[in-house]
Design a protein around this ligand. Structure first.
Ligand SMILES: CC(C)(COP(=O)(O)OP(=O)(O)OC[C@H]1O[C@@H](n2cnc3c(N)ncnc32)[C@H](O)[C@@H]1OP(=O)(O)O)[C@@H](O)C(=O)NCCC(=O)NCCS
Length: 223
């Protein structure tokens, strides 16, 4: 599913089922030593997806440890992102030669819990969601906005090493399947104040993805 919204230079592995725990590397075990069963399953299968995707890049299997604030430590020369939600796990990876950063997020295609929207969206974003809902009331636009912001954070953090609040990026959703995030705080390590991504709704899930290429595609270059 998530591969449909990522460019060809990104390699994806996804699954709707969990894999056995013995796929974990011993070095990864301490990361979930005290975790409940649900968390263990998502972690193990997320790592399995990551290794599967990395293998397609020619990277031999190895532990993927946790860096600052929970960001996965990708093998040298690679970038990536992991997501998991009920019934779905995925990883997206690429070589650092082809991409600068990746952020992916999957969510159940259901309403956001009460009270969440007001904490993650600005009044302008909430007004825009209202217009999208008027156009197409079947899509959970609030959840797409939330997911897009999670993807923004996962793309932002590995580059900057900084926390990003929900109020520090503004997301504009295009009903055709794209979105644009404008960063409201600047960080030179980011190299851009604008991230574009895509969204998809399928099989009871919704997902968003950002993949910032190292080279700007020809069609996006200005003369
Ligand atoms: C970290 C966060 C984005 C994870 O999203 P989530 O929807 O809860 O969970 P997901 O399953 O989609 O993603 C979890 C995975 O994200 C990755 N992740 C966690 N922290 C990360 C970070 N700082 N940077 C990049 N990736 C990170 C991990 O791989 C994690 O899985 P793992 O622990 O099994 O390795 C979320 O919990 C969070 O803290 N959000 C607040 C920050 C934010 O979103 N700001 C919005 C800015 S506009």
């Amino acid at each position: 599913m998530i591969g449909d919204i990522l460019p060809p230079w990104v390699t994806v592995a996804e699954t709707f089922d969990d894999v056995p725990e013995d796929t974990l590397f011993p070095e990864e075990e301490p990361l979930i030593a005290r975790a409940v069963e649900k968390r263990r399953r998502e972690f193990v299968t997320g790592r399995h997806c990551a290794r599967t995707a990395l293998a397609r890049l020619g990277v031999p299997p190895g532990p993927i440890l946790r860096g600052d604030r929970g960001a996965p430590q990708w093998p040298s020369g690679t970038i990536g992102s992991i997501t998991h939600c009920s019934g779905y796990r995925a990883a997206a990876v690429a070589t650092s030669a082809s991409g600068i950063t990746i952020g992916i997020d999957a969510e159940p295609d259901g309403p956001l819990p009460d009270g969440v929207l007001a904490t993650v969206a600005s009044p302008e974003e909430i007004a825009a969601l209202g217009r999208l809902r008027d156009e197409n009331p079947r899509v959970r636009w609030d959840r797409i906005l939330f997911s897009a912001k999670e993807s923004v954070y996962k793309a932002w953090f590995p580059l900057t090493g900084r926390w990003l609040d929900f109020t520090e990026a503004s997301v504009d959703i295009d009903p055709a399947g794209d979105f644009t995030a404008t960063m409201l705080i600047s960080d030179p390590r980011m190299g851009t104040d604008r991230l574009t991504g895509r969204w998809i709704v399928a099989v009871g899930l919704l997902a968003t993805a950002i993949a910032l290429p190292r080279a700007v595609p020809e069609r996006h270059r200005t003369a």
